[in-house]
Design a protein around this ligand. Structure first.
Ligand code: NAD
Length: 477
């Protein structure tokens, strides 16, 4: 059945489209104009979704895993047939350039298709004439996925595929700032999944807390900021819900003195400014060896000047606006702080006043103090500091001197030296000579306050199940 991607945004509960009497305008960040209306779920909608999921659970969890894998893979094909519509919608609601939006939808498709490689079969660990011991992986039950606005579909896929393939039912709650793509996905998914297996609820700020304390929900997997993660974990404690938290980062990139400045510049640029810098694993501090500091800084600035910032629907623009006004105001504080403290802007810094849209210039700060706000905190916008270093122990210490530990990267032509540094970095993902690559078989999660648990791989799958030891004593009584 054909669905519209431009209007009629509804909740999905128990396989049905559900409208709400309360709604909220969704703003296009490139124009600051509302362009669609999203439903606001009430506590009753949440109750209905939990009840529908509980009813669907016995049959879904008893469905052979191969069948669940097949349905998810078929859903991947269905999304692929709507890739352009999803991409256009993401472009409007998140402010992503169309090509990047298409890549994000492609990521959702790839993750759904990869369901066929996910399973946790029983493991027999003892099998003697006397006894048999089997380790079983039993679904947790009704679970919830809570996502942020920067990659609504990708980050949903990272939760949805392992949750459903392991036999759970799922309620997905997108960010109030970017709910539309997820709502349409929920609607589309009903063409493949049985009713109640997947519900999608959009809402306002109260919906997340209702979910994290709901006694009928066994687990929340949340991607968002550190502060939100702490609040969600605190309210999950009242029911001892399982939690997986994928939170913020302040990722260090360590550039050694043997790199070719011109060759590395585009990689550093993308690592810092892709998605307007609104990437949890964006480079947020670039430490450059003093022997190449000026050369790398200048090559990065030259490259950055060739990149166009503007309307994401215009294919010549590689960088769009910040996603919402709240984030725009938050990032501006970093610009002001650098300005007021007299830090040197190697590029950018000047805001274009009176321009419609939450646009900020690509901005590079030239060697600010280590204890400055721009080095210590996550801006989550198009601004990055460059810092000088000359001693390996010192740069490792500075890279690790944070309560966050999501990802990091090392850049060098000396792979042994790069690996020695990489192994000393305190982060869940460390890349050498590449950045922001992920795979469904590669664990992804944060050290320290960047998260709890991991997604992807067998380790991620384990977080969606109870582990049961089933012991059979063959001696007759
Ligand atoms: P946010 O923390 O404001 O919101 C994330 C989600 O949590 C939203 O759906 C929100 O409605 C919900 N929420 C808010 N309060 C809640 C509560 N008390 N209980 C339950 N849910 C609640 O984050 P954001 O501004 O949407 O996203 C930006 C942040 O997310 C950045 O810090 C970024 O680094 C982080 N992030 C992390 C990853 C990762 O994989 N580690 C990926 C993307 C973004």
């Amino acid at each position: 059945m054909a669905i519209s991607f431009v209007d009629n945004f509804v909740l999905t509960i128990d396989g049905k489209k559900v409208a709400s009497s309360e709604t909220k305008d969704v703003i296009n960040p490139a124009t600051e104009e509302p362009f669609a209306v999203a439903p606001i779920a009430t506590p009753q909608h949440l109750e209905d979704a939990v009840n529908a999921a509980s009813r669907a659970l016995p049959s879904w969890s008893a469905t052979p895993v191969e069948k669940r894998q097949e349905m998810l893979s078929n859903l991947g094909d269905l999304v692929a047939r709507h890739l352009q519509q999803f991409a256009e919608l993401l472009s409007k609601e998140v402010g992503k350039p169309k090509a990047a939006a298409g890549k994000e939808v492609g990521g959702l498709v790839a993750w759904l298709k990869a369901a066929v490689s996910h399973s946790l079969p029983d493991e027999t660990i003892v099998d003697t004439p006397q006894r048999k011991v089997v380790v079983r992986y039993v679904p947790l039950g009704v679970c919830a996925a809570i996502t942020p606005w920067n990659f609504p579909l990708t980050l949903m896929a990272w939760k949805l595929v392992p949750a459903l393939v392991t036999g759970n039912c799922l309620i997905v709650k997108p960010s109030p700032f970017a709910p539309l793509g997820t709502l349409k996905f929920g609607e589309l998914a009903q063409q493949v999944l049985p009713p109640g297996v997947l519900s999608v609820l959009s809402g306002n700020d109260e919906l997340g807390p209702w979910i994290s304390k709901h006694p009928g929900i066994a687990k929340i997997s949340l991607t968002g900021s550190v502060g939100t993660g702490k609040k969600a974990m605190a309210s999950a404690a009242s029911t001892l819900k399982r939690v997986t938290l994928e939170l913020g980062g302040n990722d260090a990139a360590v550039v050694l003195d043997d790199v070719d400045p011109k060759a590395i510049a585009p990689k550093l640029f993308r690592g810092s400014f892709m998605n307007t810098g609104q990437v949890c694993v964006a480079m947020k501090r670039i430490y450059i060896h003093e022997n190449v500091y000026e050369a790398v800084r200048d090559a990065l600035v030259e490259y950055a000047k060739t990149v166009k910032v503007g309307d994401p629907l215009d294919p010549s623009n590689e960088v769009g606006p910040v996603q919402n006004q709240m984030q725009f105001e938050k990032v501006k504080i970093f610009f002001d702080d650098c300005d007021q403290n007299g830090y040197k802007f190697a590029l950018g810094g000047k805001l274009v006043e009176h321009r419609k849209g939450y646009f900020l210039p690509i901005t590079i700060i030239d060697n600010p103090p280590e204890l400055s706000k721009i080095v210590q905190e996550e801006p989550f916008g198009p601004i990055v500091p460059l810092l000088r270093w000359n001693e390996e122990d010192d740069v490792v210490k500075r890279a690790n001197d944070t309560n966050l530990g999501l990802a990091a990267s090392v850049w060098s032509n000396d792979l042994d030296r790069a690996q020695n540094i990489a192994r000393r970095l305190e982060a869940g993902t460390v890349w050498i000579n590449e950045v922001q690559t992920t795979h469904w078989d590669q664990p992804f999660g944060g050290f320290k306050q960047s998260g709890v648990g991991v997604e992807h791989s067998k380790h991620g799958l384990y977080s969606w199940v109870n582990i049961q030891s089933l012991t059979l004593n063959r001696a007759l009584l």
